[in-house]
Write a protein that binds this ligand. Structure first.
Ligand code: MN
Length: 238
């Protein structure tokens, strides 16, 4: 049986001029039955169209902060590193990927990218912008394979059917988060402090964004492995 090709967006080390994808994503996709490939940051026009027809699904990976100008905000002093090349590739890729009707998964920066590309906004720094009586460790400093906080999953969501549960313990390596949801998106999970940790698009066959990093947890947490399987199974090999 043919395996689906999954297009994966890369990170960019601008000083060294190196694009790279963390092996954890590729390993998780392979284990779920896919063949992942990385897109060049400079894909545009006809090249991008050809990539869109070749790919059976799209993974928007973790990475630096999105430039706040893309959601009409000034830059907060605690906004982190920004990669213009990556912003441009991913913001142009997402609407085109959605037009194909092929599955989309966003992880960490990926969920934020899905939201910004569709017209939503972000908290640029949770710690300084969102008050909470018990600040959670959204930027955990310990082993990424270990959970840091709980996410309550909306029982009517695609995510709850994929995970087969309404509560999941997740890792957390983000200092930004969704502020205003983009039109069309639905929150599918929240942490206890009210941060949106998962989104879906009910108008798309498979469209999921999660704020945590399941690629570090699928080997020990079966629910996380089910997420990658559900994504890959939703991709039809062309
Ligand atoms: Mn978190």
């Amino acid at each position: 049986m043919k395996k689906p090709f999954i297009a994966v967006t890369p990170s960019y080390h601008s000083k060294e001029q190196i694009t790279y994808v963390k092996y954890t994503y590729l390993k998780a996709l392979k284990a779920a039955g896919a063949i992942p490939f990385t897109i060049s940051l400079y894909s545009e026009g006809e090249d991008l169209k050809q990539i869109l027809s070749m790919a059976d699904g799209f993974l928007f990976t973790g990475g630096p902060d999105i430039h706040p100008f893309h959601y009409n905000q000034e830059v907060h002093k605690n906004c982190g590193e920004i990669c213009d090349e990556r912003d441009r590739l991913e913001l142009s890729l997402l609407p085109l990927a959605m037009k194909t009707g092929k599955p989309v998964l966003g992880i960490c920066r990926g969920i934020q990218l899905l939201n910004v590309a569709l017209g939503g906004t972000l908290w640029q720094d949770i710690d300084s912008q969102v008050s909470s009586p018990f600040p959670l460790a959204h930027s955990q400093t310990f082993d990424y394979r270990l959970p840091s906080h709980t996410v309550t999953v909306n029982p009517d969501s695609l995510l709850s059917s994929v995970l087969d549960c309404c509560e999941i313990k997740v890792n957390s390596m983000h200092h930004q988060a969704i502020r205003d949801l983009a039109p069309g998106l639905k929150a599918a999970g929240y942490s206890e402090d009210g941060i949106i940790e998962a989104v879906e698009h009910p108008g798309c066959p498979f469209f999921l964004g999660v704020q945590w990093h399941p690629e570090y947890m699928w080997e020990t947490q079966p629910a996380m492995a089910r997420m990658f399987h559900a994504f890959v199974n939703a991709c039809n090999p062309s």
